[in-house]
Design a protein around this ligand. Structure first.
Ligand code: HEC
Ligand code: HEC
Ligand code: HEC
Ligand code: HEC
Ligand code: HEC
Ligand code: HEC
Ligand code: HEC
Ligand code: HEC
Ligand code: HEC
Ligand code: HEC
Length: 320
């Protein structure tokens, strides 16, 4: 018993020492995750196509018609000196010659199935695409939630749906159901028609901004296309410069102009007792004359037309 206790203490000490050494060596580089160990079949494309050609029940040749299949490009999986199919499917000699106990064929080292961990499926992709995916992939919402490269990308078909503007949103919407329903509302950014895509605003491989936005802040994302609201304005409307989403939904809304709530109620959330009556309850208004005028005659925007800010010398009230 005593011996065991000592051993345990020794192990703990050794563990701490290792930890200290690792800590001293600096942050552990987690990517690229290593490819799995195992023997490569290494018979090139033809070796695999013996069984996975066009006539096969499980064809795999279609990848040769994509950017990955360009043999003349030294960087692709099928270039001289690369591992062809096994660049992605990993060392798979066992798949060809081995037998499982039940007589079945062992899967390839990486079969890109739903059961495999995302880090395993991402390893071959990152071996070539570390730079393309950028610094923010690791720790991004998708990486953190085990969404693999191949949950978005398809590499065998000639057209990768997530790369084409018309089909990208469908791929994203498979998982983002709520976002999809937002884009079905009456007022939306024109994503359904394909003239805009999710990645006009979002960085699919991660970013430092909240909500994986492409630009540093929400407003910066909007200014990218709506530069006229960047200002500076002589008379600024504080919430505009602060956060467009205090009044607008980015995806879709049941109110016109992507407004998150209908005015005058939207305005009244922040503006209660003004010098002129701004709620139904406040009846006796001095300029300009009474509640019904302000609240019920279309709404605040009838007079306060410059809701994003004004450059008129006397535009302080955002009415000109
Ligand atoms: C001797 C025939 C044969 C050869 C050679 C062969 N496969 Fe297969 N492969 C199959 C069969 C049969 C299946 C169908 C399902 C099964 O039995 O697992 C399959 C399934 C697959 C699958 C689907 C799922 C899985 O099991 O991983 C992939 C991917 C695959 N093969 C890749 C390859 C690659 C890459 C090579 C070359 C290294 C290769 N195959 C060589 C017969 C072969
Ligand atoms: C660039 C990486 C890559 C290369 C290279 C590659 N594959 Fe695949 N393969 C995948 C991925 C990812 C999948 C999972 C399905 C998908 O995303 O399209 C897959 C799926 C498969 C499947 C299963 C198809 C099915 O219907 O389930 C077969 C078979 C296959 N590959 C064979 C091959 C063969 C044969 C080659 C070489 C000619 C090859 N692959 C080269 C990435 C690759
Ligand atoms: C052996 C290196 C290699 C591997 C492994 C590899 N790729 Fe690629 N990939 C390339 C090259 C080279 C290109 C072409 C790049 C270019 O033209 O700039 C490319 C292009 C792409 C593109 C852009 C396609 C387009 O239509 O422009 C995507 C997306 C992509 N790869 C995803 C993947 C994914 C996902 C995996 C893992 C399943 C993977 N790649 C594995 C080398 C590789
Ligand atoms: C959430 C979906 C998603 C995931 C997950 C994802 N991608 Fe992408 N990827 C995209 C989209 C969308 C584009 C097109 C970019 C654009 O339109 O700006 C893209 C573009 C690319 C490109 C083309 C070069 C470029 O940057 O435009 C490569 C290469 C690529 N992705 C590789 C990867 C790899 C490797 C992984 C995994 C580490 C990965 N992607 C994970 C959605 C995704
Ligand atoms: C006009 C720019 C824009 C477009 C286009 C866009 N988004 Fe967003 N999205 C945003 C903004 C802004 C946020 C809020 C970010 C924050 O502050 O957290 C957001 C938030 C999200 C969120 C986080 C949950 C939520 O609703 O707050 C998801 C998921 C999302 N978007 C997915 C998508 C998908 C999928 C598409 C394409 C179908 C898409 N977005 C298109 C701007 C956009
Ligand atoms: C396989 C499922 C899947 C696909 C496909 C997918 N996502 Fe996601 N996405 C997730 C998960 C899981 C999260 C993290 C949990 C969450 O915030 O919903 C996430 C998070 C996000 C976020 C950050 C949300 C936040 O609150 O910060 C945005 C933005 C986003 N995804 C956009 C996209 C876009 C754009 C695409 C298509 C190019 C896409 N996603 C494709 C599963 C997916
Ligand atoms: C990639 C360009 C782009 C970005 C980024 C962008 N928008 Fe837009 N926005 C558009 C386009 C295109 C329209 C549609 C114009 C049309 O239909 O005439 C639009 C329309 C609108 C409308 C009017 C909607 C309607 O029903 O007529 C509002 C409000 C709006 N955007 C707010 C925003 C906000 C807030 C952001 C930041 C979260 C943003 N936009 C980011 C391109 C963009
Ligand atoms: C205080 C609330 C509020 C804020 C904050 C706000 N908006 Fe608006 N926005 C409105 C209202 C109200 C309308 C409708 C105007 C109308 O009907 O005359 C509108 C309309 C729009 C339109 C469509 C009309 C047009 O001119 O094409 C765009 C685009 C727009 N806003 C972009 C933005 C952007 C970008 C931001 C952030 C920089 C922003 N808004 C911040 C209230 C706001
Ligand atoms: C998110 C809160 C918010 C919303 C929503 C909002 N405002 Fe404002 N508004 C402010 C703030 C903060 C100021 C600056 C007040 C100050 O400087 O004392 C301001 C200033 C103003 C001013 C100038 C008054 C002054 O004292 O300089 C007018 C006019 C105005 N808002 C009208 C509107 C109208 C009309 C709407 C609806 C379309 C609206 N606001 C929606 C927060 C908001
Ligand atoms: C019939 C036109 C009209 C309507 C409708 C109207 N306002 Fe005004 N409002 C004005 C005028 C005129 C001023 C004074 C502007 C100036 O000083 O330049 C003013 C001033 C303001 C101010 C600045 C008050 C201050 O203390 O300086 C705010 C805030 C304001 N309105 C909010 C609202 C809100 C919220 C609504 C909707 C509930 C609304 N207004 C509806 C005409 C109107």
């Amino acid at each position: 018993m005593k011996g065991n206790g000592d051993g345990l203490r020794w192990l703990t000490a050794a563990g701490m020492l290792t930890w200290l050494l690792l800590w001293a060596a600096g942050p552990v580089q987690a990517y690229p995750d290593a490819m799995p160990d195992g023997a490569y079949f290494d018979r090139g494309t033809d070796g695999c196509l013996m069984c996975h050609g066009p006539d096969s029940q499980w064809p795999g040749h279609d990848i040769l018609d994509t950017v990955h299949g360009v043999r003349g490009d030294a960087r692709t999986p099928f270039a001289e000196g690369q591992r062809a199919c096994e660049s992605c499917h990993g060392p798979s000699a066992d798949h060809v010659v081995g037998r499982r106990e039940d007589g079945g064929r062992p899967a390839t080292a990486i079969a890109f199935s739903a059961e495999e961990p995302a880090a395993l499926k991402d390893a071959p992709c990152l071996a070539c695409h570390q730079a393309d995916t950028g610094h923010h992939w690791q720790g991004s919402a998708h990486q953190f939630e085990d969404v693999a490269c191949t949950d978005c990308h398809q590499v065998h078909p000639r057209q990768d749906r997530v790369m084409a503007r018309l089909t990208q949103a469908e791929v994203c919407s498979d998982c983002h159901r709520r976002t999809r329903s937002e884009f079905l509302r009456p007022s939306t950014h024109p994503v359904r028609s394909g003239s805009m895509v999710c990645t006009d605003c979002h960085a699919p491989h991660g970013s430092i901004a909240p909500g994986e936005l492409l630009r540093g802040t929400l407003n910066e994302s909007c200014y990218e296309c709506h530069a006229e609201y960047r200002g500076p304005f002589l008379w600024e409307h504080a919430p505009v410069a602060e956060d467009c989403s205090s009044c607008h939904e980015p995806h879709g809304s049941s109110h016109r102009n992507l407004l998150s709530r209908r005015s005058p109620w939207m305005c009244q959330e922040c503006h209660q007792a003004q010098f002129h009556p701004s709620t139904v309850e406040s009846g006796l208004g001095v300029p300009p004359r009474g509640a019904s005028r302000q609240v019920l005659g279309r709404d605040c925007l009838n007079c306060h037309t410059q809701v994003h800010g004004s450059n008129h010398p006397s535009g302080a009230g955002l009415i000109r």
